[in-house]
Design a protein around this ligand. Structure first.
Ligand SMILES: [Zn+2]
Length: 298
């Protein structure tokens, strides 16, 4: 095989010598390709280990183009992708306090500042109002990278405000859940959010407005035990892990070995815990179809 074929370019003898491949010397085109390859950040799929550029994965709604693995979406990306049009963001006025002056390995306010600079969010829940397929709605998404998407008072405040806005304007509420549970740094106040959010959802039900939960990987603890399991319809993304306590804690408690997939969405669907598993590419249409049906819209 000659050099020209090895370099991936088959050149005819009539090709000018300036365009022929010489080992160690790159034509401007090749240099550009190399630069693009090296400068554009890539992410590795945790499932098939394929390297995909950030642009390519973002265009594919953070689904691996090689193996269809659903990678985690940031809350803001999720809502921007979900809505056709965003009208406003809600709940930015709520800021976390440190009522217990909680210190574990570091003080809670310091942990909070770290989470804020890491994620660019002020708290673990982002709420937006907009429209999807011409249906106005309120949607919220948990930011898992913000202290494990844990539910503290601000998350509760924002969720309740989202439900109140939905009720006031007779719109459905959609929640993209991804959380490790309640936020231990806020102790009892964090646990209270389970009751608060449940009460807000009951008000949605009283007003006959749909509340739809999309369970994304992973949803655990106090969030599963409250707002994530109180929807009118529960949709999960493929292979999402959903549970209350994690596998290790249950195994230590019941002293039995548990099957690997017992908290996966597919297992939960077979056992009637959730209503359906929807591929991310079909999620927007599925949600808008369900909302239209529940609200008797054309
Ligand atoms: Zn993959």
């Amino acid at each position: 095989m000659n050099q020209e074929v090895k370099s991936g370019k088959i050149l005819s003898p009539s090709t000018p010598w300036t365009e022929r491949h010489v080992p160690g010397i790159h034509t401007p085109d090749e240099q550009q390709v190399l630069k693009a390859t090296f400068t554009e950040p890539t992410i590795e799929c945790p499932e098939c280990h394929a390297l995909v550029t950030r642009t390519a994965i973002a265009f594919n709604a953070y689904v691996c183009p090689q193996c269809d693995e659903h990678l985690r979406m940031k809350a803001r990306d999720r809502l921007t992708w979900f809505f056709d049009q965003i009208q406003t963001e809600l709940g930015q006025e709520f800021a976390a306090k440190d009522p217990l002056k909680f210190v574990d390995s570091k003080p809670y306010p310091e942990r909070m500042r770290e989470a804020q600079s890491k994620t660019g969010e002020t708290e673990a829940l982002v709420v937006m109002q907009g429209s999807l397929n011409h249906i106005p709605m309120v949607a919220c998404a948990f930011e898992f990278d913000f202290m494990g998407g844990s539910m503290g008072t601000v998350v509760g405040d924002r969720f309740v405000q989202a439900a109140e806005r939905a009720i006031a304007q007779k719109q459905p509420l959609i929640c993209f859940a991804a959380s490790g549970g309640a936020r231990m740094q806020e102790g009892m106040l964090s646990l209270m959010q389970m009751a608060r959010t449940s009460a807000a959802i009951q008000k949605m039900k009283d007003a006959h407005l749909p509340y739809i939960v999309v369970l994304t990987h992973p949803v655990y603890g106090g969030v599963t035990a409250s707002l994530a399991m109180l929807g009118d319809v529960h949709i999960a993304e493929p292979k999402a892990m959903i549970g209350f306590a994690g596998k290790r804690v249950i195994e230590q408690t019941v002293r039995e070995k548990l099957d690997e997939p017992f908290q996966r969405a597919e297992y939960l669907l077979d056992h009637g815990v959730i209503d359906q598993i929807v591929h991310r590419h079909a999620l927007r249409d599925t949600v808008s179809r369900i909302v239209a049906k529940l609200m008797n819209l054309p």
